[in-house]
Design a protein around this ligand. Sequence first.
Ligand SMILES: Cc1cc2nc3c(=O)[nH]c(=O)nc-3n(C[C@H](O)[C@H](O)[C@H](O)COP(=O)(O)OP(=O)(O)OC[C@H]3O[C@@H](n4cnc5c(N)ncnc54)[C@H](O)[C@@H]3O)c2cc1C
Length: 555
Amino acid sequence: MPNKQQKFDAIIIGSGIGGLTVAAMLAKQNKRVLVLEQHFTPGGFTHGFERKGGKFHWDVGLHYVGEMGEGSPYRSLFNYMTNGKLKWQQMPDLFDKFVYPDFTFAVNADVNRFKADLIQQFPHEKAGINKYFKDIQSAATWFIFHCLFELFPTFLQPILKRIFRQFGKIATQTTQSYLDSNFQDLQLKALLASQWGDYGLTPAQSCFGIHGVVVTHYFSGGWYPVGGGSAIAPPMIETIERAGGKVMTQRRVTEIIIEAGVAIGVKVANAAHPVGGSGAFASAIASLRENREPDTYYAPKIVSDAGAFNTYLKLIPPSVSVPYRESIRDFAKGEPVFTLYLGLKESPTKLGFQGENHWIYETYDHEAIGQARSLAEPLCAGRRYANSMRIDSDNSPQFAYLSFPSLKNDSAQGHTAEIISSANYDSFGQWQGHTWRKRGNDYTDLKSQISDSLIKFVESHYPGFQDLIEYAELSTPLTIEHFNGSDRGSIYGIPCIPARLEQPWIGSKTPIKNLYLTGTDAFSPGIVGAMMGGVKTTILVGGWWGVVKMIFNIV
Ligand SMILES: Cc1cc2nc3c(=O)[nH]c(=O)nc-3n(C[C@H](O)[C@H](O)[C@H](O)COP(=O)(O)OP(=O)(O)OC[C@H]3O[C@@H](n4cnc5c(N)ncnc54)[C@H](O)[C@@H]3O)c2cc1C
């Protein structure tokens, strides 16, 4: 018989923003919720980390969030879940800069200015630009409705879907196909797709619906949480704990317990990350903790924020029949990234930076970047495995995203920067399964080479940048895989290609009674997308009445 400590009203697997949203909203309905997180820091991709005794602080997966103006529905939702403790500050008016070989375009936080600037630069495409601003809005609306479909009564869904599909022609095509049908100018087509890193798919891969969702999300500019991304989880955890719930870290769910087709609990193991120590002793302790008998917890509702791939293929026991396993296993994989975390000696304002994002492209051909996205590959090939792979003439990335967390965070002690670029998971195959921080000299060397080439790349666009650097640390797809548990270190969940829109396993509901998904794979990538996955799941778990009460509390 499970004791009281093992029983909760709901169990959430993973403490990303999707998981915390469900937990906090259920806590607001007086439910006792258990959140189990395998990392030693809660928050999923909203968490941050520090180095040099707290001097340098970085965000792992939050650089800017849209639609957070005073009174916006998403901000109100955050206020509700955090009891008003999470504050936001707006980024500079020119919050996104797209840097191309022969010009730079800055996106204005006023959408009318953004449009006017585009028309001024590409007057011959005026009609197409005007149409584009209408079409992305309708593509985004379609995509969001598509994600909310599960909320309709099941018997109505087939007919509604058939009607709804008629209106989806714009949203379900690829972004490239839309751009090719509506524009001639190659530079403009590239420019309009510049934020593809926000959803991790080049224009030929992404569905136009997700492009619309992301571009329109930033129509009134970018916001950043006061204190950084890591300021999000603590007040949400307070809400969960005030209702008697718990958030436990270093607790990895190893199995969802399913009896007679109904999810009733989870098995949990200690997830030891060798945080503080090294050497044989630390490894022995880690492995002792890892190998301890799993604990079990029980609840009438189980919600997974661990992603569709992990939930269906790793957490539901293979003995339980699930119709989708093959389709999930064979589905396109999301793309991983490198992130270079930099501690700076001086403020980057010295070079004119003000806290905006810089998307630096060496080419207008985003697909070429997608194909040559293996920065590690040429380096590996050239320096370590000379005969096995090609090498780029200059070993240089084709693209990098640059941001400055400290310029957006008034409480930052030291100045910081982050450079993100596309990665190829397969280049790291040989180190898969190796212990964190014990992957050997080859891995460390490769990381230094990648770090150097990313720094050189930024330096070539912003001379003087390199001299600002005091500290550098690179995260690879293996880092993400280790700390986040995501399949192949992917960062945006199941990729938003047109085929995703057809998959029955994308969404909150699962074929297992009382088991739900939340987060990115229940809705869409991004902080707000994953949070909306949480809202939808809460409605399905807690029922509409709880939500009606909640709406009265929010407005
Ligand atoms: C480099 C990077 C930059 C980004 N920049 C932005 C940005 O600027 N703006 C924006 O809106 N979005 C951004 N994103 C995307 C955004 O961070 C994510 O889409 C969102 O946070 C995902 O939330 P989630 O709840 O779906 O999942 P996650 O945050 O991935 O959380 C899942 C959690 O589940 C845990 N978990 C997995 N398996 C288990 C298990 N078996 N047992 C226990 N716990 C488990 C993981 O450790 C993790 O904590 C970025 C992401 C990255 C990586």
